[in-house]
Design a protein around this ligand. Structure first.
Ligand code: APR
Ligand code: PHB
Length: 401
């Protein structure tokens, strides 16, 4: 088999990249470890920056999002029962965010790929990347018990945090940065109307909670939980009872509860791999970086990588300008680090940390007071709200030189 760009991983990064390359007449094949239903079964966030909304339009897959998605002009943060609304539109120069589930984007991209007749090779096992430093890299894998070889000019590693692409870069050619947080998020999805029109990020003495949504009839809620908690220990009733205690009282009063349709615990991590390009291999999305979900930046950072890579590859294939390749990693990393810093800051501000004494000797309670005061300052000053709004809606994409 032969193609111009081999894409490893058929999650949102791989699918969006494939569609945008196809629109530019660049041939690509996706190699995916699991099947399509499994990919769609992963429940992830659903707040899209305008850059991603624009990319979905460019890829020709925005129709359903425009019909079913909801534009949010603001976002709420609360401290115990005190609510603060950040007017995104006002403080981020008229920008807002789109509320539309990642699962739905994935579904739309899969349908577009199928309609365009583009190949996705599902259930590929033992994927390996070869000769990525040469002009003729190739990918090998086993499918239906048979070995396969896919020859290409470039490989896009869109295979998530646990994929093989990043590990293909030799240890002495990459540096990894990581912060693992001492708690997780317990998420619950239910067919109940959202408790508020906009999202509420709630900081409380009992820990963090998030009230999010997928539509006017489907809600998504999260609770900060110790990493030692087991899913079986959290009945739906226990979840709703704890959520009520963490949401501002007036919101909790109107909370509609119901049976969960999905419930899971996810750890929180900040992670970056540098560089994001090695020879003719590019790392994209979760394969190169992970953010804690506070701030909703995961999918949006993946999208800005895709935006940059498809422009780089378009330049290479259409203009024969290989110098664009070296621009990929520095352009992506500037934006990635901003998203990492913002997500880390939001996580620090909104959660309860129970780590005893900090490295500099500050005890936990004092540390917590510093953070409470910082958050309160940001939420009550115009400058602070602008800082949060600008980053929540997302920084502009950087163009190639
Ligand atoms: N070979 C082929 N495919 C693989 C391999 C492999 N060895 N390992 C993993 N994959 C596939 C996974 O099965 C998955 O479908 O790669 C895909 C990676 O998808 P995601 O993990 O969703 O990552 P990405 O596409 O970068 O999505 C961006 O950012 O923070 C998140 O929530 C956000 O999931 C979103 C992500
Ligand atoms: C979600 O809807 O799942 C969601 C929204 C915002 C976040 C994280 C998750 O910051």
């Amino acid at each position: 088999m032969k193609t111009q760009v081999a894409i490893i991983g058929g999650g949102p990064s791989g699918l969006l990249l494939g569609q945008l390359l196809h629109k530019q007449g660049i041939d690509n094949i996706i190699v995916e470890r699991v099947n399509g239903d499994y990919v769609l079964g992963r429940i992830r966030a659903g707040i899209l920056e305008q850059g991603l909304v624009g990319l979905l339009h460019e890829a020709g897959v925005a129709e359903r999002m425009m019909q079913e998605g909801h534009v949010h002009d603001g976002v709420e943060l609360s401290i115990n029962d005190e609510r603060f609304r950040i007017d995104l539109k006002k403080y981020a120069d008229g920008s807002s965010v789109m509320c539309y589930g990642q699962t739905e984007i994935t579904r739309d991209l899969m349908a577009a790929r199928e309609a365009a007749g583009l190949a996705t090779l599902y259930e590929a096992e033992n994927t390996e990347l070869h000769d990525v430093k040469t002009d003729s890299p190739y990918v090998t894998f086993i499918k239906d018990g048979e070995p396969h070889r896919l020859e290409c000019q470039f490989i896009a590693g869109c295979d998530g945090f646990h994929g093989v692409s990043r590990k293909t870069i030799p240890d002495d050619s990459r540096k990894e940065f990581e912060r693992v947080y001492p708690f997780g998020w317990l998420g619950l999805l239910s067919d109940t109307p959202p408790c508020n029109e906009e999202l509420i990020y709630a900081k409380t003495d009992r820990g963090f909670a998030l009230a999010s949504q997928r539509s006017s009839t489907r809600s998504r809620y999260y609770l900060q939980v110790p990493l030692t908690d087991k899913l079986e220990e959290w009945s739906d009733d226990a979840f709703w009872a704890e959520l009520k205690k963490r949401l501002p009282a007036d919101v909790a009063e109107g909370l509609v509860t119901g049976p969960s349709i999905e419930k899971s615990i996810a750890p929180l991590r900040s992670f970056v791999c540098e560089p994001m390009q090695y020879g003719n291999l590019f790392l994209v999305g979760d394969a190169a970086h992970i953010v804690p979900p506070t701030g909703a930046k995961g999918l949006n950072l993946a999208a800005s990588d895709v935006a940059t890579l498809y422009k780089v590859l378009t330049r290479v294939f259409k203009e024969g300008d290989r110098s664009a390749i070296a621009q990929y990693s520095p352009i992506c990393l500037r934006r990635v680090w901003n998203g990492e810093r913002f997500s880390w800051w939001m996580t620090n501000m909104m959660h309860n940390f129970d780590e005893g004494v900090a490295k500099d000797g500050t005890d936990r309670d004092t540390q917590q007071r510093f953070m409470d005061s910082e958050l309160h300052y940001y939420l009550t000053s115009e400058a602070g709200q602008r800082v949060i709004a600008e980053q929540y809606v997302g920084l502009p994409y950087e163009e190639l030189a």
